[in-house]
Design a protein. Structure first.
Length: 201
């Protein structure tokens, strides 16, 4: 999987409260309402997480020179907690960086949402597998984001990352259920907004 050893690249995944919506193409023209909620025009709402990945090669920062390999799978979850799914994935594993450029800042979530006054109770889990393109032997980072909505409220929960090898990725692709993993403290996340008011600007 590439011409370098598995020790050449290392990734550090950082979920954050900082709003990155204006730093990515899909966020252009949006008005941030909170670090996790923005609007485009008057009717296109977006609830999202915020994260970035730093790539180093033998200790040197090469983030801007490393092409992003990123795969995404999406599930609808039932209830207000847990990881039970309503059926098959809403979207099975697919390429989430078809541009084939360095793309290490992300705002995972859903845009095009109608007015928060019309929201019903929904939860989606977005699973990610991320690596340096062409160097999957350096390791693949798996993490997930849960975006929840109910009338006039939203919530974002972002996991830490777990490193898997290429064989682990092949096994992950075969799974038919979400693959959450224990956090450092059960039931906690590095980013957990709790329920927040979706204030319409």
């Amino acid at each position: 999987m590439g011409d370098l050893s598995a020790d050449d690249f290392d990734l550090k995944y950082t979920p954050t409260n900082r709003d990155f919506s204006l730093h990515v193409p899909r966020g252009q023209g949006r008005r941030p309402v909170s670090p996790f909620f923005s609007v485009f025009g008057k009717t296109d709402y977006l609830v999202h997480g915020n994260s970035f990945i730093t790539v180093t090669r033998n200790g040197s920062d090469v983030t801007d020179r490393s092409i992003t390999w990123r795969r995404l799978r999406i599930w609808s979850l039932t209830g207000e907690s847990g990881f039970s799914v309503s059926g098959k994935p809403d979207a099975d594993w697919r390429d989430d960086n078809e541009s084939a450029i360095p793309n290490w800042i992300d705002i995972p979530g859903f845009s095009g949402l109608p007015s928060p006054q019309t929201w019903t109770t929904e939860r989606q889990m977005l699973e990610f597998a991320v690596a340096v393109d062409g160097h999957l032997d350096s390791g693949i980072w798996y993490f997930y984001v849960i975006v929840s909505r109910k009338k006039r409220q939203y919530r974002v929960q972002m996991s830490s990352a777990k490193k898997i090898d290429y064989e682990g990725w092949k096994e992950l692709k075969k799974t038919q259920q979400p693959q959450p993993f224990p956090e450092p403290f059960p039931g906690t996340y590095p980013v957990e907004t709790g329920w927040m008011a979706a204030k319409v600007p």
